[in-house]
Design a protein around this ligand. Structure first.
Ligand SMILES: *Cc1c(COP(=O)(O)O)cnc(C)c1O
Length: 380
């Protein structure tokens, strides 16, 4: 069995190199409007990250986390400074699922309770614990039994959340905007009510910002758009601009529940150098605000050009979902083959755009023109 047999929706486009928002197959440029699953907010092979990583790999590739090293301390400081002030501790890991796994473990240990409240259409990762808090049965059934005590409530409905959050709850885990589940933006006040409900019963509010974070929605973290500070914020994907790294930022009372949890590669020097360079560059160069500006433009242009050819355009910043009237996989394929624009499905009928935050209006225009051609928009 080749590696490819494991890759769903594999595409017949061998990639040789990347630069900015473009991936190259021989000399053909593809606009990476999915940022390879939001993993390259600064664009591919960004020079600041490349330089930091290359320097670090030559100086010290790895030493375990029981020894202080400068790049980990810098990454730690950069991450903690970028999150809401109450999140004053952080722990590094290797991926999004591992960040959520840690969040749920810490929450159980800190509260002494076991029940996890999660949302319909959620996606939190594919290890046994995070998968248990993930909605889609097709991801779960072959691997059951998973971690127990997970209760699902309809995403975006404060009343259903209020009914579910009573005593005995360790954590409420939510994406501020759902990614994989279809780019679902909750109604105003939803995250605020989740915050209040968790406070009332002493549960940890875990916000999974693996996809929404790193400036994509216009703030560094999506929770900052609504002024809600979780007890645990989880991140990965774009955190190292393409290097495999995740993290959680936590309030002190949850950090105290860390117990014996750890991972060998936690905060390795090389991924730490990538995290520090990525966060510093994003913030110093103002890319979150740029994402908000270009994202508003992109969504307005999509609506104008596609009109009745789609059901809805929704999202925040450069986290954009287009609810189609046909299968998203085929549309993504036509976009790639006929227009050299790479997009992602999010469920059966939603096309997902998560371009690097560094795209300009010209690239947004190119996405709109390509989609109008594939979908036969009213405005084209
Ligand atoms: C991708 C994703 C994860 C899982 O991250 P991995 O690094 O693939 O384990 C978790 N939560 C959300 C919201 C994601 O988008």
């Amino acid at each position: 069995m080749s590696d490819h047999d494991f890759v769903s929706g594999s595409k017949p486009i061998p990639i040789d190199r990347g630069e900015g928002p473009y991936l190259y197959s021989d000399d053909t440029a593809y606009l990476d409007a999915g940022a390879s699953y939001a993993c390259t907010p600064l664009g591919h092979s960004h020079p600041a990250v490349v330089e930091a990583v290359v320097d670090q790999v030559g100086e010290l590739t790895f030493v375990d986390s029981s020894y202080p090293v400068r790049s980990r301390e810098d990454a730690y400081a950069a991450l903690v400074a970028s999150t809401p002030a109450a999140l004053d501790a952080a722990w590094f890991c290797n991926s999004g699922t591992e960040a959520n796994e840690a969040a749920l473990k810490f929450a159980r240990s800190a509260t002494g309770e076991s029940t996890i409240v999660a949302a319909t259409r959620s996606f939190h990762g594919r290890t046994m614990g995070s998968l248990a808090a993930t909605w889609k049965d097709a991801y779960k059934e072959p691997f059951e039994p998973l971690a127990g005590d997970v209760e699902f409530v309809p995403y975006g409905e404060s009343e259903a959340l209020a009914d579910a959050v009573d005593g005995g709850i360790a954590a409420v885990i939510l994406e501020p905007i759902q990614g994989e589940g279809g780019i679902n933006v909750p109604p105003a006040g939803y995250l605020e009510s989740a915050r209040e409900l968790a406070d009332e019963v002493g549960a940890a509010l875990v916000l999974d910002e693996v996809q929404t974070g790193m400036g994509r929605t216009g703030s560094m973290w999506a929770c900052q758009n609504v002024g809600v500070t979780p007890d645990v914020l989880t991140t990965a994907k774009g955190l190292g601009n393409g290097l495999p790294v995740g993290a959680i930022a936590v309030r002190e009372w949850v950090a105290e529940g860390a117990g014996s949890h750890n991972a060998t590669f936690s905060g390795g020097p090389v991924v730490s150098a990538a995290v520090d360079a990525t966060i510093s560059t994003l913030l110093e160069e103002g890319w979150p605000a740029h994402a908000a500006e270009v994202g508003d433009y992109l969504m307005a242009e999509l609506e104008a050009a596609l009109g009745g050819a789609v059901r809805e355009v929704r999202g925040e910043g450069l986290l954009v979902g287009i609810e189609l009237k046909r299968g998203a996989n085929r549309v993504a394929r036509e976009l790639a083959i006929d227009h050299r624009v790479l997009a992602l499905p999010a469920g059966r009928t939603v096309l997902r755009l998560l371009p690097p935050l560094v795209i300009e209006r010209a690239e947004a225009d190119r996405i709109v023109t390509a989609l109008a051609d594939v979908l036969g928009g009213t405005g084209s």
